[in-house]
Design a protein around this ligand. Structure first.
Ligand code: HEC
Ligand code: HEC
Ligand code: HEC
Ligand code: HEC
Ligand code: HEC
Ligand code: HEC
Ligand code: HEC
Ligand code: HEC
Ligand code: HEC
Ligand code: HEC
Length: 529
C-alpha cells in the first residue's frame, strides 16, 4: 500500500512536470503566446507584440540573476536597435547620453530618462497617449520647472503646452531649434519655385521612359528626340536605326541597347500570360534589360533554357527577390507599419542557443515567422475600405503591380485601395491634388504636384543620389517631421508649422489656410534682435 502510494506520487509529479513543460513549451514556442501578455501592447507595436523577445532580450536565467538596473538597460538597448538611428537623424534633443554617468544622478532622480521605458512603458493601454507615451502631457516639468524664470517669453506658460503641436518635441528637433527658426523665420508662405527637386528629377521624361510609352513607343521616342533637337530621318518601324542612334550620347545608346520588347520575352509557355507580358513590356524592368526570370527564377536570370526555367520558376516571387535589387526601399519598408512584420530586428522566429536551457523545447516546438497581416487584422481596420479587409499588407505588390510597377499609380491610387479615412478622402478636394492633376496633364512642371507619397514617402538622400523612403511612419508623428523633407520645398517654415499644428487642416488635407499662429518664430526673432 505504502509502496503503491509512493509510486503514484512519483508518477504524478513526473507527469505534472512533463505536462507543464510541454504546455509551457507549446505556449512559448509557436503556441498561443498572447496568453502570456500582461496587457495589450501599444498600437505602435501591435503587429509585433507576439515577438516578445524583440524587447525582452534577457532570458530566464538573466531575469533571475541580474540586477534590475542591468535588466532595464538591456531593454533600453533593445529599443535602440530599432529606433536609435531614426532618433539621431531627427536631431534628438534628449538622447540617453544626456542622462548617463554619476554627474547626472540628480537629473535621473527627478525622472530617469536614461531608460526608454520610463516614458514608454508597454502593456498599459489605460494610461498610454499617442506615440506610445505613458507619462502625462506635462512631463517636461520634471526637469524644466525653472524655464519661466529663465525666458521672458515663457513666463506663465502651462507645462501641458510645451509639446503640444508646433513648439517643442521631446525627441524630434529637426526643424524647431532656435537657430533654424531664426534662419528661416522670414520665409514667405508660398515659395515662388514650388517644386520638390528629387521628385522633379525622378519624374522628368527620360529617353528610357519615352521608349516605353504604351501607345506607340517608336513614335514617342522620335518625338522626344525631335524635341531634344536630335533629327531623326528614320522611317523604319524598329525602335531606332543605327544612323539615328549614332547621334545620341554614348550613355543614351547603352541605355537603349538594354531595352527589351515583347518579342524578347523568355518564359516557359505555361507562364506566358499575355497581360503579364504586356504590362512588363512598358515597365522599367523591361527597359533595364530584365527578363521574366529576373524575378521568377533569379538564379537563372540570364538563361535561355526553357525547361530549366520551368523547373525553377517561382509563381509568386517574394519580397526577398525585390529586396536583392532594391535594398534601400526594402529596408525602409520593413521599418514602417506596412512592412514591420518583416523588420530585420524582429525576434521571430527566435534564435535559441544550441546548448542553452531552451534548446530542448525548441527541438519539439517550432517557432514560425510572424508573416503578413491582413488589412482587417490591423489596428486601423475601421478606417479602411471594407473590400480591402482581405488584402495582405507586407508585400511590395500592394502598391506596385508586379509587372507594371507604375509609379503614378503607386503614389495615390494604390493608397486609396485600402485607406478610407476623412483625411484621405479630402485629399481629392485639395490644392495639392489639383497640382498633381496639372502635373499629370503636362501643364505643371515635374515635381510640382503633391501626392500622398510626396508627403508620406518623400525622397531621401542616399550614398548615390536619392530614393523613395518606404517607411511612411518616419515622417508622420510628430508631424513636424514633415517640415524639412516635404513642406519646405514649397512653403516657408512659419506657414508649415502653423498648417501642421492645426488638426482641422490636417483632417481636411490642407484645404484652406491655417487658423492659428504658433509664436515660437516671433519669440526666436525677438531674442535675436
Ligand atoms: C515593443 C516592446 C515589447 C514587446 C514586443 C513586449 N513587451 Fe513586455 N514589456 C515592455 C515594456 C517596455 C515593459 C515595461 C518594463 C518596465 O516598466 O520596466 C514590459 C513589461 C512586461 C512584463 C512585466 C515584467 C517586466 O519585465 O517589467 C511582462 C511579464 C511582459 N512585459 C511580458 C511580455 C510578453 C509575454 C510579451 C510577448 C507576448 C511582451 N511582453 C512583449 C515591452 C514589450
Ligand atoms: C522622458 C520621457 C521619454 C524618454 C525617456 C523617451 N521618450 Fe520617446 N517620446 C517621448 C515623448 C513625449 C514622445 C512624443 C513625441 C515627442 O515629443 O517627441 C516620444 C516619442 C517617441 C517616438 C516617436 C516619435 C519620434 O520622434 O520618432 C519614438 C520612436 C521614441 N519616442 C522612442 C524612444 C526611445 C527608443 C527611447 C529610449 C532611447 C525613448 N523614446 C525615450 C518621451 C520619452
Ligand atoms: C523590432 C524592432 C522594434 C523594437 C525592438 C521596438 N520598436 Fe518601437 N516601433 C517599431 C516599429 C516598426 C514601429 C512602427 C513604425 C513607427 O511608428 O516608427 C514602432 C513604433 C514605436 C513608437 C511610436 C511611434 C509613433 O509614431 O506612434 C514608439 C514611441 C516606439 N516604437 C518606442 C519603442 C520603445 C520605447 C521600445 C523598447 C521598449 C521599442 N520601441 C522597441 C519597431 C520596434
Ligand atoms: C529627465 C529630464 C528632462 C525632461 C523630462 C525633459 N528635458 Fe528637456 N532637457 C533636459 C536636459 C538635461 C537638457 C539639456 C540642457 C542643456 O544642454 O543645457 C534639455 C534640453 C532641452 C531643450 C533644448 C534642446 C536643444 O539642444 O536645442 C529643449 C527645447 C527641451 N529640453 C524641451 C523639453 C520638452 C518640451 C520636454 C517635455 C516634452 C522636456 N524637455 C523634458 C532634460 C529634460
Ligand atoms: C519585377 C519582378 C517580375 C518580373 C520581371 C516578372 N514578374 Fe511575373 N510576377 C511577379 C510577382 C511578384 C508575381 C506574383 C503576384 C502575386 O503575388 O499575386 C508575378 C506573377 C506572375 C504570374 C501569375 C499571374 C499574375 O499575373 O499574377 C504570371 C503568369 C507571371 N508573373 C508571368 C510573368 C512573365 C511572363 C514575365 C515576363 C514577361 C514576368 N512574369 C516578369 C514578378 C515579376
Ligand atoms: C534583378 C534586379 C531587379 C529585381 C529582382 C527587381 N527589380 Fe525593380 N528595378 C530594377 C531596375 C534595374 C530598375 C530600373 C532602375 C531603377 O529605377 O532603379 C527597377 C525599377 C523598379 C521600379 C521603378 C519603376 C519606374 O517606373 O521607375 C519599381 C517600383 C520596382 N523596380 C519594383 C520592383 C519590385 C516590386 C520587385 C519585386 C517583385 C522588383 N522591382 C524586382 C531591378 C530589379
Ligand atoms: C505603400 C505603397 C508602396 C509599397 C508597399 C511599396 N512601394 Fe515602392 N514606391 C511607392 C511609391 C509611392 C513610390 C514613388 C512614387 C514617386 O516617384 O513619386 C515608390 C518607388 C519605388 C521605386 C523607384 C525608385 C525610388 O526609390 O523612387 C522602387 C525601386 C520601389 N518603389 C521598390 C519597392 C519595393 C522593393 C517594395 C517592397 C519592399 C516596395 N517598393 C513597396 C509605393 C510603395
Ligand atoms: C493593402 C492595403 C494598403 C495600401 C495599398 C496602403 N496602405 Fe497604408 N496602411 C495599411 C494598413 C492596414 C495600415 C495600418 C497598420 C497598423 O495599424 O499596424 C497602414 C498604415 C499606414 C500609415 C500609418 C498610420 C499610423 O497611424 O501609423 C500611413 C501614413 C499610410 N498607411 C499611408 C499609406 C500611403 C501613403 C499609401 C500609398 C502610397 C498606403 N498607405 C498604401 C494598408 C495599406
Ligand atoms: C500635404 C501633405 C499630405 C498629403 C498630400 C497627404 N497627407 Fe496624409 N497626413 C499628413 C499629415 C501632416 C498627417 C498627420 C500626422 C499627425 O498629425 O498625426 C497625415 C496623416 C495620415 C494618416 C494617419 C492618420 C491618423 O489616423 O493618424 C494616413 C493613413 C494618411 N495620412 C494617408 C494619406 C493618404 C492615403 C493620402 C493621399 C490620398 C494622404 N495621406 C495625403 C500629410 C499629408
Ligand atoms: C511641391 C510643392 C508643395 C509641397 C511639397 C507642399 N505644398 Fe502646400 N501648396 C503648394 C502650392 C503651390 C499651393 C497653392 C498655392 C496657391 O494657392 O497659390 C499649396 C497650398 C497649400 C495650403 C493652402 C491650401 C488652400 O486651400 O489655400 C496649405 C495649408 C498647404 N499647402 C500646406 C502644406 C503642408 C503642410 C505641406 C507639407 C506637409 C505642403 N503644403 C507641401 C505646394 C506644395
Amino acid at each position: 500500500m505504502i509502496k503503491r502510494n509512493h509510486l503514484l506520487w512519483f508518477l504524478w509529479t513526473l507527469l505534472s512536470v512533463v505536462g507543464i513543460t510541454v504546455i509551457m513549451g507549446f505556449v512559448f514556442f509557436g503556441g498561443p503566446r498572447h496568453l502570456l501578455l500582461i496587457g495589450k501592447t501599444t498600437a505602435a507595436h501591435g503587429q509585433i507584440e507576439l515577438a516578445c523577445e524583440s524587447c525582452h532580450t534577457t532570458g530566464l536565467v538573466d531575469n533571475l540573476t541580474k540586477s534590475p538596473k542591468k535588466l532595464a538597460a538591456a531593454m533600453t538597448k533593445a529599443c535602440g536597435t530599432c529606433h536609435l538611428e531614426e532618433l539621431s537623424a531627427a536631431n534628438d534633443s534628449h538622447p540617453t547620453k544626456k542622462f548617463r554617468g554619476a554627474k547626472k544622478a540628480k537629473t535621473r532622480a527627478q525622472l530617469n530618462a536614461f531608460y526608454c521605458q520610463t516614458c514608454h512603458a508597454e502593456h498599459v493601454p489605460e494610461i498610454t497617449r499617442p506615440m506610445a507615451v505613458s507619462l502625462p502631457q506635462d512631463l517636461c516639468v520634471a526637469c524644466h520647472s525653472k524655464i519661466g524664470e529663465e525666458r521672458e517669453s515663457h513666463v506663465g506658460l502651462e507645462f501641458t503646452t510645451c509639446a503640444s503641436a508646433g513648439c517643442h518635441n521631446y525627441h524630434d528637433n529637426s526643424a524647431l531649434y532656435e537657430a533654424f527658426l531664426v534662419k528661416h523665420g522670414h520665409g514667405e508662405d508660398f515659395l515662388p519655385h514650388a517644386i520638390q527637386e528629387f521628385a522633379a528629377e525622378s519624374r522628368s521624361p527620360s529617353i528610357i521612359r519615352t521608349a516605353l510609352a504604351k501607345e506607340d513607343p517608336v513614335f514617342a521616342l522620335k518625338t522626344y528626340l525631335n524635341e531634344k533637337q536630335i533629327k531623326t530621318d528614320d522611317e523604319s518601324n524598329e525602335p531606332l536605326n543605327a544612323e539615328t542612334k549614332a547621334k545620341l550620347s554614348s550613355q543614351a545608346q547603352e541605355m537603349l541597347d538594354l531595352v527589351l520588347y515583347a518579342k524578347d520575352v523568355i518564359a516557359p509557355a505555361k507562364y506566358l500570360d499575355e497581360d503579364a507580358v504586356h504590362a512588363w513590356e512598358t515597365s522599367a524592368h523591361a527597359a533595364s534589360g530584365l527578363n521574366c526570370a529576373s524575378c521568377h527564377a533569379p538564379e537563372l536570370k540570364d538563361s535561355m533554357d526553357l525547361v530549366a526555367l520551368e523547373e525553377n520558376w517561382t509563381e509568386k516571387p517574394s519580397l526577398q527577390v525585390c529586396s536583392d535589387c532594391h535594398q534601400d526601399q526594402a529596408t525602409t519598408f520593413t521599418q514602417g507599419k506596412h512592412g514591420m512584420r518583416f523588420h530585420p530586428e524582429l525576434a521571430a522566429p527566435r534564435v535559441v542557443e544550441a546548448d542553452g536551457p531552451m534548446s530542448v523545447a525548441a527541438t519539439f516546438f517550432k517557432d514560425a515567422p510572424l508573416g503578413p497581416i491582413t488589412v482587417g487584422e490591423s489596428a486601423r481596420k475601421d478606417l479602411m475600405k471594407p473590400d480591402a479587409h482581405d488584402m495582405q499588407i507586407g508585400s511590395c505588390n500592394t502598391c506596385h503591380k508586379p509587372h507594371e510597377v507604375n509609379l503614378e499609380v503607386a503614389s495615390v491610387e494604390a493608397c486609396t485601395t485600402c485607406h478610407n479615412d476623412d483625411h484621405t478622402q479630402n485629399y481629392f478636394n485639395s490644392t495639392h491634388f489639383e497640382l498633381w492633376q496639372l502635373e499629370l496633364a503636362g501643364e505643371g512642371a515635374p515635381g510640382s504636384g503633391v501626392t500622398c507619397a510626396d508627403c508620406h514617402m518623400p525622397k531621401v538622400e542616399a550614398k548615390e543620389g536619392f530614393f523613395t523612403s518606404h517607411n511612411q511612419n518616419d515622417f508622420l508623428r510628430p508631424n513636424e517631421k514633415m517640415i524639412r523633407p516635404v513642406c519646405m520645398s514649397c512653403h516657408g517654415l512659419g506657414f508649415s508649422i502653423d498648417a501642421l499644428a492645426d488638426p482641422k487642416l490636417v483632417e481636411s488635407n490642407f484645404n484652406g489656410r491655417p487658423s492659428k499662429h504658433i509664436e515660437s518664430i516671433d519669440w526666436a526673432l525677438k531674442r535675436e534682435e
